[in-house]
Write a protein that binds this ligand. Sequence first.
Ligand code: HEC
Length: 125
Amino acid sequence: MKSWPTVKKISAWLSASVALGCASAYADMTPRQTQLLVQNCVQCHSNPHIGAPLMGDMQVWGELAKEKGEEGLLHSVIFGLKEMPPLGKCSSCSEEDFRAMVRLMANLPTPEKKAQEVVQAGDVK
Ligand code: HEC
C-alpha cells in the first residue's frame, strides 16, 4: 500500500498540530472528511516538487489565507488552479467538505470560532 506512509505522516502532523494548538479547525473535520482529504489532496499537498502549498506549512497558508480568504481558496479548489485539477480530483467531495478542508489546511477559523470572535470584538449589529 503506497499511501500508508503518507497517511501516517499526515495523521502525525494532525495530532502534532492539535497538540500545539495550531490546527484550530481540526475539530471541524468529520472522520469522512479527513479520509477524503488524505485520499485526494494529501498526495499533492505533501509533495514538495509540484508547487502545492504543503500541509502544515503555516507560514505559506497564513499568507494565502490573508490574501484570498476562505472564499478565494474555496474557489481555487472548485475551479482548479494551475497544476491543481478542478475539485482537487475529489469528485465525491461536497462544498461543505471542501470548506472544512480549506479551513484545516489554511488554519482558518471554524464558523463557531468566527462567531465567537465577532461577538468578542463587539462587532454584532
Ligand atoms: C494534482 C495535485 C493536487 C491535488 C490532487 C490537490 N491539489 Fe490543491 N494545489 C495543488 C497545487 C499545485 C496548488 C498551487 C497552485 C498554484 O498557486 O500554482 C494547489 C493549491 C491549493 C490551494 C490554495 C489555492 C490558492 O488560491 O492559492 C488550496 C486551498 C488547495 N490546493 C486545496 C486542495 C484540496 C482541498 C484538495 C483535495 C480536495 C487539493 N487541493 C488537491 C495541487 C493539488
